[in-house]
Design a protein around this ligand. Sequence first.
Ligand code: SAM
Length: 236
Amino acid sequence: LFVEHDLQEGAEHALSEAHAHYLLTVLRMETCATLLVFNGKDGEWRVEVTRQSKRAGSLRVLSQTRPQTPLNDLTLLFAPIKKERMDWMVQKAVEMGAGTIRPVITEHTQNQKIRTDKLNANIIEAAEQCGVLAVPTLQTVCSLEALVRSWEADRPLFWCDEIAFVSSPSGLLADYRDQPKAVLIGPEGGFSQQERELLLAQPFAHAISLGPRILRADTAAVAALTVIQLVAGDWR
Ligand code: SAM
């Protein structure tokens, strides 16, 4: 369970309304029940529940069960798509080890209304589910031009394009093992010709193919992160 508090042995924290509802009403936890919590910076801890009433209680921090792990230096940049598919994409990106997630507006991006609070809640839920202790960072929405302009030249940016001028990415990616990596996925309408030219002109940007079929953007994000993790990431 993700909590906002600092976690130190012996500390006691009142349950938030949402956690009180979840732990005391939904899970019906009684005093002395234990569970594992994390806050994104102090590792994972076993805590004990104290039930004060039906709707109020507290957590007492017992002992650390796992030390904090660092955030993966793997970034998913994506053109926002329809909400349900975007939620799925972000959830799967966390499961695949993305440490940073950033929506990028491109020419053919149709959904420009991003609820960052909802996306963040989605990221936390995915982190809880898959057991990563470092909660991925959701960066502010930016345009593709702004992204390219502010990109650090020594950070490789892999952009996925269904246009078949690129071959299998495994050879290219293998050269970037143990380096920070970022992958960019276009919108359902794909990148415009101008955007392709912009990206092709950047020495740090490398086009990669995900095979001879056109994947939906959400599938492409998961496929790209999987290939990166397999060839050059933390999947060993
Ligand atoms: N332009 C296309 C169209 O409208 O027919 C499709 C775009 S595709 C649905 C959305 C994004 O997924 C693309 O911009 C690209 O980043 C990624 N993508 C999909 N299939 C891909 C492939 N085979 N190789 C690389 N990237 C792919």
